[in-house]
Design a protein around this ligand. Structure first.
Ligand code: TYD
Ligand code: MG
Length: 458
């Protein structure tokens, strides 16, 4: 790339800008993410034609807030309840939403399903793909269902042409799959670089606000510095949604990270099926399906995913070790945390785990790091060690400290309520949290002060 005053180094992970190259980005502390890019400066920065021209002059005059009228229907429902909830009640007209996630997690699939539902409701939808050809999209669409003529496809990566198509056809909703493939001719850096992605996003922002079109941008999350991460765009868009989940497990979690029109912290749970993503309206039921009864080493715990409690089963298997060094293994939870909890059990309760192999697993393939799981992990380990099953109607919650004390966890009432909904009859909670749940009926609440008291209940 030509050296000159108009080249700048950008961190491809967070968008940090610097005049010279640095090994570590001061913004996000990532190593080796600074890449030199050319920037359009001064007169040249008329940039995309999409800019400015879309906002009519009368719109740029100051207006009293009290005079701004809201129309009846400013939210468009996607007919996917889990997505609507994460969006805060549906798509807001004229909003810009970023959907991020690892490649292959299901972003295109979900948005194509949104397209199908919106087109089915008679709305004009434009799906712009820079990654797949029309035939490839058709193959995917065939798996998902029937589409009508309200859905238009455009395979294009030029920003000018995409802007022109949007201005000409005036759709209600536009999907850009993905923002990293869009490029602007006047910017010399490669598609996917920070300056390209930023320029494209600001052009789409103008289009969304100016034409009152709702636009969804798909953004890949990558660790390498080759493609600008969606974090660069987070501050520009109205809403940021991230897809999480193991590619090999069938469930997917859609998490709201930023939302100008609703609460963040909400999650939507989906299951990947052969015919696309299916909503999981009751994740707890889904996670607990197939739970063994009266098996030792199994206990149900409650984890908060945003404002939503999810019940999961923790399984532990503790058996005498045949080799000198015992094996320890965890799936779905923190390995070091489990080792620490086992050390607490040895020291505080004198349970000899030093010569035992231990395997701890969260059933269902979900990953949870919440400290509220500690008490459940401890109980599962002891239950397996003593080969004594825990009553299947019990759930446990609580953080365990190094002295073996059971510490408070947040939102105990909603956790207890969720347990009640799924038919659990006994909740083991930290003693200090008992006050907050006294009033709930039909469920027995047992407060424990330390791990010893909890283990005595097994
Ligand atoms: P995709 O939406 O292409 O991911 P992204 O756009 O986030 O990169 O999802 C691809 C994965 O989903 C792929 O591994 C196949 C799987 N899949 C299904 O299991 N069922 C389906 O109906 C579809 C369309 C995809
Ligand atoms: Mg895709």
């Amino acid at each position: 790339m030509a050296k000159g005053r108009n080249t700048v180094f950008f961190c491809q992970s967070c968008g940090y800008e610097s005049a010279k190259w640095m090994g570590q980005c001061p913004g996000c502390r990532e190593w080796n993410t600074m890449v030199e890019e050319q920037v359009v400066t001064g007169a040249g920065k008329t940039a995309p034609k999409a800019r400015g021209s879309v906002v009519s002059p009368e719109k740029s005059r100051p207006t009293a807030l009290s005079e701004v009228s809201l129309r009846e229907e400013e939210r468009i429902t996607t007919r996917i309840a889990e997505l609507d909830r994460v969006l805060g009640g549906g798509i807001v007209e004229g909003s810009l939403t970023l959907v991020g996630g690892d490649p292959g997690i299901g972003k295109s699939t979900l948005l194509l399903q949104v397209c199908r539902n919106l087109a089915g409701d008679g709305r004009e939808v434009l799906y712009v793909s820079g990654e797949e050809s029309m035939r490839q999209i058709k193959i995917r669409a065939n798996r998902i269902g029937d589409f009508n003529e309200h859905l238009k496809l455009l395979c294009e990566t030029g920003l000018e042409s995409i802007g022109e198509a949007i201005r000409r056809s005036r759709p209600n909703v536009v999907i850009i799959d993905s923002i990293q493939t869009v490029y602007h001719e006047e910017i010399t850096s490669a598609p996917g670089s920070v300056s390209q992605v930023r320029e494209a996003t600001s052009a789409f922002l103008q289009l969304a606000k100016g034409l009152n079109v709702s636009i969804f941008l798909v953004g890949h999350v990558t660790k390498e510095g080759t493609v600008a991460g969606p974090r660069v765009l987070e501050h520009m868009v109205d809403t940021v949604l991230y897809f999480e989940g193991d590619r090999h497990a069938s469930y997917r979690i859609l998490r709201g990270v930023k939302n100008r029109f609703g609460s963040t912290n909400e999650i939507g749970v989906f299951e990947m099926r052969a015919d696309g993503l299916r909503e999981v309206p009751n994740p707890s039921e889904f996670m607990l399906s197939g739970r063994p009864r009266d098996a030792s080493g199994s206990v149900v715990v409650c984890s908060m995913e945003g404002t939503r409690p999810i019940l999961v089963e923790i399984q532990a298997l503790v058996c005498p070790s045949n080799f000198g060094i015992p094996r320890r293994q965890t799936t779905g939870t923190d390995f070091n945390r489990v080792n620490l909890l086992m050390a607490v059990l040895e020291k505080r309760l004198g349970i000899q785990l030093g010569s035992c192999d231990a395997y701890v697993n969260i059933a269902g393939g979900i990953k949870i790091q919440e400290p509220a799981l500690d008490l459940g992990i401890v109980m599962a380990i002891v239950s397996s060690f003593k080969n004594r099953p825990i009553d299947g109607n019990v759930i446990a919650m609580g953080e365990v400290g190094l002295s073996g004390e059971v510490r408070a966890v947040s939102m105990v009432p909603s956790r207890v309520q969720e347990a009640g909904k799924l038919g659990f009859t006994t909740c083991i909670v930290p003693y200090v949290c008992m006050e907050s749940v006294r009033q709930s009926e039909g469920i027995r609440i047992i407060g424990v002060k330390n791990v010893g008291e909890a283990v005595d209940l097994i």
